[in-house]
Design a protein around this ligand. Structure first.
Ligand code: 5GP
Length: 185
């Protein structure tokens, strides 16, 4: 395993996710909510977040991929979010007239979130809010924001707590910086 540098511990994440859950619970004021998590990176965040929201709630998953994202020698995804986003898996339940909370692992350039917000608004929900665990504000290319942000982080490639590099490290409890950040061409 490459040497990873701890950025946010599992304990810090747990405390912040509890706060985010409390905020969502207060904002949704006893209404029902549908959480929509982006595969695969947001799966762990979703599972912790929903357990901090004692409302009438369901959850679903959506999948996206980026056109033009280059692949490395082992077909691994190389860190470059400049490609066009496409849908690989749509939600399975109707979102019409529902209070939807989109759950994403990390907000970087904003391309993915802009695409997903547009897509989900097309389902005509009653409301749409966005929760992201991590936000790299300095990398933004599109003017999009999340309603709930776990941690703002510097421009570094991070793994753990659902986030991968070549499908590895998703099972780590904390967030770590990969010392040799993968770069685009
Ligand atoms: P955006 O479209 O905002 O540029 O990128 C969002 C997506 O890029 C995330 O959902 C994630 O898949 C990927 N991404 C961006 N930064 C990182 C990072 O530091 N680590 C990992 N593992 N993925 C990242």
């Amino acid at each position: 395993m490459e040497k990873l540098k701890l950025l946010i511990s599992g304990e810090q994440i747990a405390a912040r996710v509890e706060e985010m859950g409390n905020q969502i619970t207060a904002d949704c004021a006893a209404q029902s909510v549908v959480f929509v998590a982006v595969l695969k990176g947001a799966a762990i965040f979703l599972s912790d977040l929903v357990r901090q929201v004692p409302l009438d709630a369901t959850f679903d998953f959506i999948g996206v991929a980026s056109y033009g994202n280059p692949r490395g020698p082992k077909q691994e995804k190389i860190w470059d979010s400049t490609g066009e986003v496409r849908l690989t898996k749509d939600v399975e339940q109707s979102l019409r007239d529902q209070n939807v909370i989109l759950v994403e692992d990390i907000l970087d350039t904003g391309l993915t979130l802009s695409f997903l917000k547009r897509l989900l608004l097309g389902h005509q929900p009653r409301s749409l809010r966005v929760a992201v665990l991590l936000d790299k504000t300095s990398r933004r290319k599109l003017p999009v924001q999340a309603d709930y942000v776990g941690f703002s982080i510097p421009d570094a490639f991070v793994v753990g707590y659902g986030l991968d590099y070549a499908e590895k490290y998703r099972n780590l409890s904390g967030i770590y910086v990969l010392p040799t950040a993968p770069v685009g061409p």
